[in-house]
Design a protein around this ligand. Structure first.
Ligand code: ADE
Length: 241
């Protein structure tokens, strides 16, 4: 069973979209499960304070390391990734989703406010991960996005392995354009090749569609795709200084 824990000040935000469709079916089948832990329960004093002003001054509030650490210590985390969603983090990718799907589970420490005391990040070896170059109000939506990407890759969750292997990022490209019924929709037709039944030509058309789209929208991905994969930069001798 793949276990996911969300440490949060807003347990009521969960499960949100994680409680519908294939993820909810997989949860009922015992493939994975989720829980929330209320960070407030580890707060200090009568008011259960979880945050304090940034040392050195500045705007906003920072989550205290003692509070966050106690919440983390209350969980069993062997062979799980412990993730702090943050716009400062390394970008979340499909490769990471695949890697995480091979672990025992995930723990998310969802922040609000200006951030989290660096000492708890260091002491617990938290992985600081971003879902994109924009700032959300907190880590909850980011954590849900990452969990949805990971759990759908667990064996038995998404019905069709072929549709997983053809989707965006699996071959380093965005997915090709798709069409379905009706063949003619008002003035809009369907590319003839998709109606031809010639699977070789259809594969070629789809690959070209994927390449054109990736080149236009994601030149960074396209450049990585176009590089010869065996290519190794010659050693300059500087690398190991
Ligand atoms: N928390 C706030 N913004 C975020 C982002 N872009 N990614 C992950 N966590 C966040």
């Amino acid at each position: 069973m793949f276990e996911v824990s969300f440490i949060t000040l807003f347990p009521e935000a969960f499960p949100g979209p994680l409680g519908v469709s294939i993820l909810e079916r997989a949860r009922r089948e015992g493939i994975w499960d989720w829980e929330t832990r209320d960070l407030r329960e580890h707060g200090i004093g009568k008011h259960r304070n979880v945050d304090a002003p940034p040392t050195g001054g500045g705007a906003g509030m920072v989550i205290r390391p003692d509070v966050a650490s106690e919440a983390l210590d209350s969980l069993v985390i062997t062979n799980k990734h412990i993730v702090y969603p943050s716009p400062r983090g390394v970008p979340f990718t499909q490769d990471m989703a695949r890697d995480w799907a091979g672990s025992r589970g995930l723990v998310f420490l969802c922040g609000r406010f200006e951030g989290l005391d660096q000492r708890v990040i260091d002491a617990h070896g938290l992985e600081e991960v971003s879902v994109g170059d924009y700032v959300l109000a907190g880590g909850e939506v980011a954590a849900m996005a990452m969990v949805e990407a990971v759990v759908r890759l667990l064996p038995g969750v998404a019905g069709n392995a072929a549709s997983l292997s053809e989707e965006s990022f699996e071959n380093g490209l965005l997915e090709h354009d798709q069409y379905t019924l009706p063949r003619q929709w008002g003035p809009y037709g369907t590319p003839d090749v998709l109606l031809s039944g010639d699977h070789k030509r259809i594969r070629e058309w789809r690959l070209n569609s994927a390449k054109a789209l990736t080149k236009e929208r994601r030149p960074d991905l396209y450049a990585a795709y176009s590089e010869p994969h065996e290519f190794q930069a010659p050693e300059t001798g500087d690398e190991h200084d």
